[in-house]
Design a protein around this ligand. Structure first.
Ligand code: NAD
Length: 417
């Protein structure tokens, strides 16, 4: 079987790499309109960082995994085509909310319609609003050449940035939605066969197309609700003397609730929660179904300057630091270059010890192990005194930091000076 994936990003890249690793009998070509991105995939410096990704790509690249800008050939030759392009939000048509912007999905569908000369299974990998497959089908059918048949499947991705390879190798479930027709079932079986190379069959869930599309948004909405709930409770803890970690543990031990996603923090990580929730809210309002709304979201997960911890940071830094200095564009901890508009305000360091030298405060916003395992004695010595640590992810050993001499502030626990 030949597979093509349109969109070589955070989802397309790791997904195809793992697929190539586990399916030596399949040839996978990952295409992108960005020449630079494809050049990076073909180099030693991949365009994204994910633990384990380098090794997988090195093993499969130019064996059964190819990166190319030749979209036409890849589409022509493929039996199955993943659409894994970005789906940002845009101001909705009625100006009231933010809806998914499907212009890249549309352009991918138009390319397929124009180029295809044989039957294709087209798989929505991108996160899309429910019934997006219908719009893709309209584009394909309106431009259909005689004798060519299209099947459209929904196969949303549940990986999280930072754990993509592990999430793909050990997925809780793989969801495949298809049309309830004989051809639809056959197409579902073909995609399922790919995943069965490494995912146990009982973890591959098949549904109708619309359930699959909606399940992706619903899963993110439920996860976001949990984060928002615990983050809101952390404010109550800070005001009352309760400790949000203790509350989360006590609540999470109830098997009806469970302990995952009850970690209070400065806000949502990753790029998807906010946009997918806005997308779902928009769909509900558009359908005149305002009764379903992800309650609790929209408070403590918003971006700075309303973010928790910020007042404490400003106060500790002698109230001389203004929220305007906050950097909106640095959304990922593995950035290697400042965006143009923040070049003056931000210095990027590849070494944490040089980054903290002569600083007043260290703020942790990412729960990466490499920030846990630092030599904090050394860090303390190189910082200005008093030295503050703001642990926005609750990942550090605060007792030890106190012993070293740091002033530590975290989420959901009274400020300790
Ligand atoms: P991304 O921005 O990293 O990558 C998308 C790529 O698609 C870009 O490289 C872009 O150049 C390319 N592209 C866009 N239109 C194209 C076209 N017509 N032809 C060829 N290439 C084209 O996006 P991503 O993070 O990989 O996300 C892809 C989809 O997966 C989105 O819908 C997103 O919501 C969803 N998703 C993302 C994550 C995540 O953690 N990033 C997790 C699950 C689902």
């Amino acid at each position: 079987m030949k597979v093509c994936c349109i969109g070589a990003g955070y989802v397309g890249g790791p997904t195809c790499a793992v697929m190539a690793l586990k399916c030596p009998d399949i040839v996978i070509t990952l295409v992108d309109k960005s020449v630079e991105r494809i050049a990076q995939w073909n180099s030693d410096k991949l365009p994204i960082y994910e633990p384990g990704l380098d090794e997988v790509v090195k093993k499969c690249r130019n064996v059964n995994l190819f990166f190319s800008t030749d979209i036409e050939t890849a589409i022509k030759e493929a039996d199955l085509i993943f659409i894994s392009v970005n789906t940002p939000t845009k101001v909705s048509g009625n100006g009231k909310g933010r809806a998914a912007d499907l212009k890249y999905v549309e352009s991918a569908a138009r390319m397929i319609a124009e180029i295809a000369q044989s039957n294709k299974i087209v798989v929505e990998k991108s996160t899309v609003p429910v019934r997006a497959a219908e719009s893709i089908m309209h584009i394909l059918r309106a431009n259909q050449k005689p004798g060519i048949h299209y099947d459209i499947l929904s196969n949303p991705e549940f990986l999280a940035e930072g754990t993509a390879i592990n999430d793909l190798l050990n997925a809780d479930r793989v969801l495949i939605g298809g049309e309830e027709t004989t051809e639809g079932h056959e197409a579902v079986a073909k995609l399922s066969w790919i995943y069965e190379h490494w995912i146990p069959k009982q973890h591959i869930l098949t549904t109708n197309t619309w359930s699959s599309e909606l399940s992706k948004l619903a899963a993110n909405a439920f996860l976001a609700q949990r984060i928002s709930s615990i983050n809101s409770l952390s404010a109550v803890c800070e005001a009352t003397g309760a400790d949000v970690s203790e509350v989360a543990r006590a609540v999470g031990l109830d098997s009806r609730i469970g302990s995952k996603f009850l970690q209070a923090s400065v806000g949502f990580g990753g790029s998807c929660f906010q946009k997918d929730i806005l997308n779902l809210i928009y769909i509900c309002e558009n359908l005149n179904l305002p009764e379903w709304r992800p309650t609790g979201t929209g408070h403590r997960h918003e971006r700075l300057p309303e973010a928790p911890l910020l007042p404490e940071i400003i106060e500790s830094l002698f109230n001389t630091w203004s929220p305007e200095q906050i950097i909106d564009d640095l959304t990922h901890p593995s950035v290697t270059e400042s965006p143009e508009n923040v070049k003056k305000a931000v210095q990027i360091h590849s070494d944490p010890y040089s980054a903290v030298r002569a600083t007043h405060a260290l703020v942790i916003c990412t729960e990466w192990d490499e920030f846990v395992d630092l030599d904090f004695q050394r860090i303390y010595q190189s910082m200005m005194k008093p030295a503050y640590i703001f642990d926005g992810r609750k990942i550090l050993d605060h007792e030890r930091l106190h012993q070293i001499g740091f002033h530590v502030q975290t989420i959901g626990k009274k400020y300790q000076r």
